[in-house]
Design a binder for this molecule. Structure first.
Ligand code: ADP
Ligand code: MG
Length: 371
């Protein structure tokens, strides 16, 4: 098991920059997730680490070993890297039994028969597929096939696991179940794991740390908690969290000796705590962000110290299991609030409180977070 270090990695396909100047340090034993919309460069980054794609420049280190460096003409083959990769389409050999499929990488390496038997059995046990060893892939469910693919990757005892959307082909319920199993397994094995997904819920629930990518560029690297509570720009703020953060365009103004966020439809007093950070933006256009769970119906507000009532119209009330989503509007400003219960009626007005200690502020021009 090793750490993975990437320095200034760039990969271009023609004019398309798939990965640009990527710098990253993944710790030994970490569960690290690459998260971003389709086409943002997640798979390309993973393939560069696996040695299946040659970058144009930059370095890949596995532990203390430099395995890729176009500048220094270093390029270790994928086999020698001792990394295991699992893709979305697991590509099991259809004519081989599960046992043969799992044993295959060991047979290729010419391992001893007894050793192979032992390792396959132990790995099958770990993944709960012992009873399937005599079946062929065609006789397995999607979830079982996926576990066989994981077993085949694991049986080699790789230094690093590279998983590219491995759960994407499973139905929703099985995906949640397998997600939890995979996380448990990774904790047990302690193998450094890089997991690619476009699904922010998957990333948030599984990762020790996440890298959010967009158009080949790293937007932010952090723990799930850091990304959720301290997104460094509008993209990350909008990508993480469901339903997504509310964004309100506003101008910072000074009036009656205090600062206000003027959103046209309403004005919000700037909490004293963030005045120092915002002061230099007087007269500028900003974007305020607030998550749906930080909005409350006035009736139910308890223990919020800095609040500000907004009288809004309830457009839609959407029940989602333990919560209700209130789709609200004031003039042309829409907001979504996540509440446990409501007195609101569709088409009628309701008083909404904003927890001002939870607001996020972004520079509208640069989209970077200010606080
Ligand atoms: N072999 C290739 N040839 C040309 N363009 C590619 C190739 N692989 C990926 N790309 C392009 O590089 C960008 C990043 O792709 P990819 O890494 O697969 O994204 P992701 O895995 O995040 O969906 C995309 O614009 C994609 O079209
Ligand atoms: Mg991909």
């Amino acid at each position: 098991m090793v750490s993975v270090t990437i320095k200034d990695l760039t990969k271009q396909y023609g004019t398309c920059v798939a990965v640009k100047d990527l710098n990253l340090e993944i710790k030994d034993g970490e569960f690290f997730v690459f998260l971003g919309p389709s086409g943002c460069g997640k798979s390309t980054t993973l393939l560069c680490i696996a040695g299946l794609v040659k970058p144009d420049k930059g370095e890949v280190w596995l532990g203390n070993e430099l395995v890729t460096s176009p500048e220094r003409d270093i390029y270790m083959t994928p086999q020698k890297r001792e990394v295991a990769m699992v893709f979305q389409d697991y590509a099991l050999y259809p004519h081989m039994t599960v046992f043969k499929n799992v044993a295959f990488p060991l047979e290729v390496r010419g391992e001893d028969k007894g050793e192979i038997m032992e390792r396959v059995k132990a790995t099958a046990e770990l993944l709960g597929i012992s009873q399937l060893l005599d079946r062929k892939p065609g006789q397995l469910s999607g979830g079982q096939r996926q576990r066989v693919a994981l077993a085949r990757a694991m049986v080699r005892k790789p230094k690093v696991f590279l998983l590219d959307e491995p759960l994407a082909n499973l139905d929703a319920k099985l995906r949640v179940k397998t997600r939890i199993e995979l996380k448990k397994l990774q904790q047990k094995l302690g193998v450094t794991t890089i997991y690619v997904t476009h699904d922010q819920v998957e990333a948030m629930t599984m990762a020790d740390r996440i890298m959010v990518q967009k158009d080949g560029v790293t937007e932010q690297i952090g723990t799930p908690d850091e990304l959720y509570n301290h997104p460094s720009n509008l993209f990350v703020a909008g990508f993480i969290g469901s339903p997504e953060m509310n964004f309100i365009d506003c101008t910072l103004i000074e009036e009656g000796n205090r600062l206000w966020l003027d959103a046209k439809e309403f004005k919000i007093p700037v909490p004293a705590k963030i005045v120092p950070e915002l002061k230099s933006y007087i007269g500028e256009d900003l974007t305020m962000g607030i998550r749906p769970e930080d909005l409350y119906e006035r009736e139910s507000v308890k223990g919020i110290t800095q609040k500000n009532a907004l009288r809004m119209t309830a457009d839609i009330i959407e029940p989602v299991g333990p919560y209700l989503l209130l789709h609200l509007s004031k003039g042309r400003c829409p907001l979504v609030a996540r509440v446990k219960e409501t007195t609101a009626r569709i088409g009628q007005e309701v008083d909404i409180e904003m927890d001002l200690s939870k607001i996020h502020m972004f520079d509208k021009k640069t989209t970077e977070a200010i606080i």
